[in-house]
Each structure stands twice: as structure tokens, then as C-alpha cells.
Write a protein of this length. Structure first.
Length: 689
């Protein structure tokens, strides 16, 4: 684990004493220092696979499965097991293939090895029994936990086409039933033990967070929560990570990996419970705010957000930028989609309902009693989430009202889809990168529409989706034909053969401002234009609730753009000459940047805590220019469990550098530039009039 977090010694690792360890030689000393804290206990052997050979003749008319079950009961006692029977062609006996729980009701645990095989075989062939030939029993493997048991039982069902039975004679016919048997019947009888000597803790912040400030906040968090324990940690900076992006490195968000010994020198063990994890998150947010980072601990019930998916429910499919995943099952895919699309999920238990209702009231109080218009809009957007989700889950709500709400949202998404599909008419040729971005917009609009689609609109939606995808396929064929012919795509509104197409303008912008500057500006301005267009659609559809949420998102993206301009992005500043709203956002970010710089200078003495002379390297890491990030963070009820209240979050320092150009870059910079040009023309005409 230390090799992993240090990138095999290429990243500096710091321990609980503030000492910095560099290179594999220094890192190897940690094992010796922590050796006395490691018990090195083996995992418990919970599940065993076995084979039984019964050589007695049997009556073909008899119930062979019942006979096999009796044999296993004699050898395994009251243990839980599942088995399948195979007969021999010569009729001289049969074999049993099975899976068994190794611990019985009296707490006797078989080891699943050769010694345990002899014990079971002895019980099958005890001297009091009359049999022509002895029965042989052999364990073929063993493992730990329900995952191992589920895999082995499903494999047994697959190999024997569902002809599998349990110790009570019940049939296990498919993989789903096999999983249910292990999880619901066997789980409690395993008494599984998987010792943990160390713990891996990951602390992360959103992309653009000031790296030096976050490093210091993480250091303070670890010192407070794990005082008296041994730990090491390292910071993964997306700009300095030696691991390649396609291999899982250079994540766009700054994060810290910590390896903590579970037992202290005094013999105390770290508490790993849900309340403890919640306390850690609160502490981390407090430490981050102390260094000017806009961070809050937010319970998902405060936003009626969908539950998180686990690492076992998804597998990565794309590591560029923000890692994309796919579900390992249909249920896992639905859970992944719900979380990534920020679907509503209203709690079912009574305590959580009370918590959520109180949070809703606090959002309402914040919206009614705040003079800041942006804060009020943000709070009202969350009230809408609560009300929408309550309508869809509360059986007392009129069904008609809920249906009309869904239909209204559904029609809004269809209007958005229509504009996306037809906005480039007459059909022009796209570059591959433009087409991929276009295709993604179409699929996103289809997904959002289907998610809120009333059941009565299924036929209509299917026709629309089919036509939209056919339109996309035509564009794909045109794009591929032009690629094969070697022709360059023509820009929107330009004559055939002109060089000033989208790619040419991209190259020109890169030549004047630099690739990184253009990529950052392009990314944020595309988001700004996206929400501006969405607000126009909401106005057209007269759906005020949707507009409030969209306006809040637009404000956040404008703030990001303003931060980039305040940090010196020349292309953003150029666009701001024509975009009045962007110019105001830059001026606001510059004022906040000045206040953030003062805050940073006051705390500079606490940024470096170390016990070895390494000021030069530390200065290189923590002394990067401070940039300001002004984003509307989530407001939360406090975590004392009894009197939660919502807080307005002030803006904090942030470095808006992003490390995901391969995933995020879309060479459509001409859209915001064209928009600003049109605004400039309108202003000139107004002046002339």
C-alpha cells in the first residue's frame, strides 16, 4: 500500500511525526517500525468445496438425492451445505459434488484441508457401519466470506444445470437463488474473520482546490483524529503525479492517501463505525475551512440524493478526467446511473424522514430570510428537490398532480432534444471531436427525458428516440466519409473550402493563448452556454421550477469562469470584453482573490510542519500561486443530531487547474466566440441608434 500511495517511491510520503520519506529505501523502514503492531492473523476458513465418492450399489428407482443428503448429514453433521449428484454408468455407486459451511452449530470449525478430510471420511466409514467398500471424502478448496461462498455455489449450480439441493432438500435452481442462500441463510453461521491491521483513508476535494491549503488541512485532520497512532500519507497532485492518466493517475481532483495502523502502541484500536466516519468528515471540513477551502460535510438526506454505489458494483471503463464506470449487474447499473445523474431518493425510515423534513424547513428558512439573491435561489432549488421527491413518494399526494409534473418535465427535455438535433440545420460536416460531443448531448437529453417519462408517453418517446438516433447515425456516416476522403470539415455558417473552420479557429486560439489556456476556457464557457440555452428553453416551456435550478448552476459556472479570468486566463478576459456578465464575474473573483491572498499570508506560518530540512521541496509544492474559487457549495444542517441549521458558505481559495483535457476538451470554442460577437454587434447598433 505504501508503494502504491508513493508511486513506488516517486512521491514524497510524510509520517505522523512530520518526517518526509523519499525513495523506496526510506519507505521500507516503515515495515520494521510498524512490525510489532501487526498480528498477522490468518483469515478464517468459512466455506469449503468437497467431493464424495460412494461406491455402494444403489436402486435406480430410489431417490438418489435423498440418499446423498443422508450421506452428507452423517459426515458433516448439522453444517449447512449444498450438493449435486453424479451417477456412474456401471451403476456401482455415485459421486457428490458440493459446497459446505465449515463451522457447525456447536462452533466446531473444520479447516477444509487434508486433515479435515480425514475427519469427515472417518465419520462416513465408522466401524459400526456395514458397507462393501469405504466412502471417500476430500475437501478440494476453502475460502473466506460470503463473496467466496456465493461464487462457489453459483459455479456449482452452473456446472450441474440447476440440479443442486441444500441440506434440507430444497432446490437451488439458478445463480440468484444461490446468492440468496449464502446471504440470507449461511451468512450468520460463518462467523467470518478477516483481520485488519491497517486502514486506507482517502481525503479528496473538488478539482481546482488550492493544493497547498488542502495538504495542510489533511495533515491537521490526521493529527487530530489519529493522535497516538502511526500513519503515513501522501498528496497526489494532478500536475505532478508520475502515474499516467490512462493507468489511473493524474486524477483531476487533488486528494490525499493515508495508511493508518489500526492499533496504537498502547494497544487501543481505531473505532470504525458510521458515527466515527461521520465525525471524521466533519473534522476534515472544519480543517479545510480553516485554510480557506470552501468545504462542508453534507448528509445525502439534506439533498434527498441517491445512495452511493460501492466499488464492487461498478468497473471502470474510462479513466480520462472523471472516471467513467459501468455496473456489474442491472441493479448496480441503475444505482450508478441514479447517483451520477443526481436523482432524488427520499428516505423510507421514520428517523430519516424526520431528519429530511427538518432539513427542508431549514432550506425554507434560509430562502425566506436571506438578502443574497444567489443564496436564495440556491436554497429554493433544494426546496424544489424535496417537494418533487415528496410528490413521487408520498402515497397521499394526488396521482394526477404527480403525473402532470412528470409530463411537464418530459416535454421540457423533448424541446431540448429537438433543439440539439436540429440546431445545425442545414446539416454541416463535423469533425470527430465535434460529433462525439454532439452525440453525447443527444444521449444525455434522451436519458433525461426517459427518466421522467409518463407511462402513457412510451410510444411517443420510442418514436422520437428512434428518429434522433437515426439522425445521429447519418451524421456519423457523413463524418466517417469525409475522414476517409481526407476532406476537412467546414465550420458552421462558412462557405465550402474556407480555412476558417472550427478546427482552424481552435488552432488560432491555441497559437495566441496556449493550449492549456484555451482548453480551460473552452471547458467552462461550454458549460456557461449550455445553461444559458437551457434557461432559454425553460422560459419557452414556462417551467419556473426548472429555471431556478438552471440559474443556480449557471451562476456556479459563471463564477468558475470568473476565477479563471482573475487567475490570468487571457482567452476568458478576451471573451469578457464582449460579455458583460462574464466581466462582472471576473471583477468579483478578483476582489475575492485579494481577500483570499490576505487570508493565506496571515496563515503562512502554519503551512509547513516537518521534522527534517526539506523546505525547498515543500516550498515548491505549497508555494503555487493562489487562485480563487467561488462556487455555491451545498448548505447543510449541522451534525449535532438534534438542532441542525443551515449555514451560508463563503467563497474560498482554489486553484482551477484541471488535469482532464483528453476527456473534457471539445473543440467547439466557436460557439461562445460567436455568441460574444453577436452581443458586440447588438451593442454597436444600439450606440449608433
Amino acid at each position: 500500500m505504501i508503494n502504491y500511495i508513493s508511486r513506488n517511491g516517486d512521491v514524497v510520503v510524510e509520517n505522523e511525526r512530520g518526517e518526509q520519506l523519499r525513495g523506496r529505501d526510506e519507505l521500507s523502514t516503515v515495515r520494521n517500525e510498524w512490525g510489532h503492531l501487526m498480528k498477522n492473523r490468518a483469515e478464517s476458513r468459512d466455506i469449503g468445496t468437497f467431493v464424495v465418492e460412494v461406491k455402494e450399489r444403489f436402486d435406480p428407482a430410489s431417490d438418489l438425492h435423498e440418499k446423498a443428503r443422508a450421506v452428507l448429514k452423517r459426515g458433516l453433521g448439522d453444517r449447512m451445505f449444498a450438493f449435486a449428484v453424479l451417477t456412474r454408468d456401471d451403476g456401482k455407486g455415485f459421486s457428490i459434488d458440493g459446497v459446505a459451511v465449515l463451522r457447525d452449530g456447536a462452533a466446531e470449525r473444520l479447516t477444509g484441508d487434508a486433515k479435515a478430510s480425514r475427519i469427515v471420511e472417518g465419520r462416513l466409514n465408522d466401524e459400526g457401519r456395514e458397507q462393501s467398500e469405504p466412502t471417500s471424502f476430500r475437501f478440494t478448496g476453502y475460502g473466506n466470506g460470503t463473496d467466496y461462498g456465493t461464487a462457489r455455489l453459483r459455479d456449482l449450480v452452473s456446472r450441474h444445470d440447476g440440479a443442486v439441493y441444500d441440506e434440507q432438500g430444497g432446490a437451488i435452481v439458478d445463480g440468484k437463488q444461490a446468492g440468496d442462500v449464502v446471504q440470507r441463510k449461511w451468512r450468520d453461521g460463518l462467523h467470518s474473520r478477516k483481520p485488519r491491521d491497517i486502514m486506507h483513508v482517502i481525503l479528496s476535494a473538488r478539482a481546482g482546490t488550492h493544493i497547498g491549503a488542502f495538504h495542510s488541512a489533511a495533515r491537521d485532520f490526521l493529527a487530530q483524529e489519529f493522535a497516538g497512532y502511526r500513519y503515513v500519507f501522501s498528496l497526489h497532485d494532478p500536475l505532478k503525479d508520475p502515474k499516467l492518466e490512462e493507468a489511473g493517475g493524474k486524477r483531476p481532483h487533488v486528494h490525499v492517501h493515508a495508511i493508518v495502523a489500526m492499533r496504537s502502541d498502547a494497544g487501543h484500536r481505531i473505532e470504525t463505525t458510521i458515527p466515527a466516519f461521520r465525525r471524521w468528515r466533519v473534522t476534515m471540513a472544519d480543517k479545510a475551512r480553516a485554510y480557506g477551502i470552501n468545504m462542508e460535510m453534507t448528509d445525502r438526506r439534506e439533498r434527498v440524493s441517491a445512495p452511493a454505489y460501492t466499488k464492487n458494483q461498478v468497473r471502470p471503463t474510462n479513466r480520462y478526467g472523471r472516471t467513467e464506470h459501468e455496473g456489474t449487474s442491472d441493479a448496480a447499473q441503475r444505482r450508478y446511473d441514479a447517483k451520477r445523474s443526481d436523482e432524488y431518493s427520499f428516505p423510507r425510515t421514520e428517523p430519516s424522514r424526520r431528519y429530511t423534513e427538518f432539513a427542508k424547513n431549514e432550506w425554507a428558512t434560509l430562502a425566506a430570510g436571506n438578502d443574497d439573491e444567489s443564496v436564495e435561489r440556491f436554497a429554493r432549488s433544494h426546496i424544489i428537490r424535496f417537494e418533487s421527491d415528496t410528490k413521487s413518494n408520498d402515497p397521499r399526494s394526488p396521482e394526477v398532480a404527480g403525473t402532470e409534473s412528470l409530463r411537464s418535465q418530459f416535454m421540457t427535455h423533448l424541446v431540448s432534444l429537438e433543439k440539439i438535433v436540429s440546431r445545425d440545420e442545414p446539416m454541416r460536416q463535423m469533425s470527430r471531436s465535434e460529433f462525439e460531443a454532439y452525440e453525447k448531448h443527444v444521449e444525455t437529453a434522451l436519458f433525461q427525458a426517459e427518466r421522467v417519462m409518463p407511462a402513457a408517453e412510451r410510444a411517443t418517446f420510442d418514436d422520437i428516440a428512434s428518429a434522433a438516433r437515426e439522425h445521429v447515425n447519418v451524421r456519423r456516416e457523413l463524418m466517417e466519409l469525409h475522414e476517409q476522403s481526407g476532406e476537412r470539415p467546414v465550420g458552421d455558417g462558412l462557405k465550402e473550402g474556407e480555412r476558417d473552420d472550427a478546427n482552424a479557429r481552435w488552432d488560432e486560439a491555441v497559437a495566441r493563448h496556449g493550449r492549456r489556456t484555451v482548453e480551460e476556457a473552452n471547458e467552462v464557457m461550454l458549460e456557461v452556454e449550455h445553461f444559458r440555452e437551457a434557461i432559454e428553453l425553460a422560459d419557452a416551456a414556462e417551467i419556473n421550477a426548472n429555471k431556478v435550478s438552471l440559474q443556480a448552476n449557471l451562476n456556479l459556472e459563471m463564477a468558475r469562469a470568473g476565477e479563471l479570468g482573475a487567475a490570468g486566463n487571457s482567452l476568458i478576459r478576451e471573451i469578457a470584453e464582449m460579455d458583460h456578465d462574464l466581466r462582472i464575474a471576473i471583477e468579483a473573483a478578483e476582489r475575492l482573490r485579494e481577500r483570499g491572498s490576505k487570508m493565506t499570508s496571515e496563515r503562512e506560518g502554519t503551512f509547513v510542519i516537518q521534522a527534517v530540512p526539506a523546505e525547498k521541496e515543500r516550498g515548491d509544492q505549497d508555494g503555487e500561486p493562489s487562485r480563487v474559487r467561488t462556487e455555491g457549495e451545498e448548505r447543510r444542517p449541522t451534525t449535532d443530531g438534534t438542532q441542525p441549521s443551515l449555514e451560508r458558505i463563503s467563497s474560498g481559495a482554489g486553484d482551477t487547474t484541471r488535469a482532464d483535457p483528453a476527456q473534457q476538451r471539445m473543440p467547439r470554442l466557436e460557439e461562445p466566440q460567436r455568441e460574444t460577437g453577436e452581443r458586440r454587434d447588438r451593442e454597436r447598433d444600439d450606440r449608433e441608434r
